[in-house]
Design a binder for this molecule. Structure first.
Ligand code: GLN
Length: 187
């Protein structure tokens, strides 16, 4: 099982390490053709607008096809890219998750923080590292909420696609990546 990590910008290396710890073979994806070599993809945090610029129209199109066919997990900026509706400001994306997501929704003071959430993944509450995090403001019927912080969904899944508004790769807890790899194995 080869898992790609989109390595255009952002904290892709922390995802690589975590996936390798869990036994996956990781490919750092820097060119669109490399998507043909992998069975699944992680889109890391960073700046979603910058991702769009770096991908270009062709890269975005190739990624759209990939996400339709194979398991994909987006964290933070990656979650923004996967959404079918983005606000603050409005921007295009992959339209793979039926959610409305608001960029930088927690404002300056709460810019970055570490919090805890109850999760359906089982076990203790989940530690969540938020960095200039977006907020999921609407989830469609097909979307399963796997963790919430207060009322806000922070970890969601729809079919093959998972997204977190926080950074599970920056916590010790491996449950979120393990859940994604489980999804990959099942497909
Ligand atoms: N604020 C970023 C954006 O809007 C996301 C931040 C992150 O990925 N940590 O794209």
């Amino acid at each position: 099982m080869k898992v790609g990590v989109l390595a255009l910008q952002g904290d892709f290396d922390a995802h690589r390490k975590r996936l390798e710890e869990l036994g996956a073979e990781v490919v750092l994806v820097r060119r669109p053709e490399q998507l043909d070599e992998v069975d699944a993809l992680v889109i890391p945090g960073g700046e979603s607008g910058t991702f769009l610029k770096l991908l270009g129209e062709q890269g975005l199109e190739k990624l759209k096809q990939f996400v339709r066919a194979k398991p994909t997990f987006g964290t933070c900026a990656g979650a923004i890219l996967l959404a079918n509706q983005v606000e603050n400001p409005h921007q295009p994306g992959l339209g793979a998750l039926d959610i409305t997501i608001r960029r930088n929704a927690y404002g300056r003071q709460l810019d970055s923080s570490i919090r805890q959430a109850e999760t359906t993944l089982g076990g203790d509450p989940l530690e969540m590292v938020f960095i200039r995090a977006p907020k999921i403001e609407r989830v469609g019927r097909a979307v399963e909420v796997l963790a919430r912080e207060g009322n806000d969904p922070v970890l969601v899944r729809q079919g093959n696609v998972m997204a977190a508004t926080f950074h599970p790769e920056l916590s010790e807890d491996k449950r979120v990546h393990a859940a994604f790899l489980e999804l990959v194995r099942k497909r």
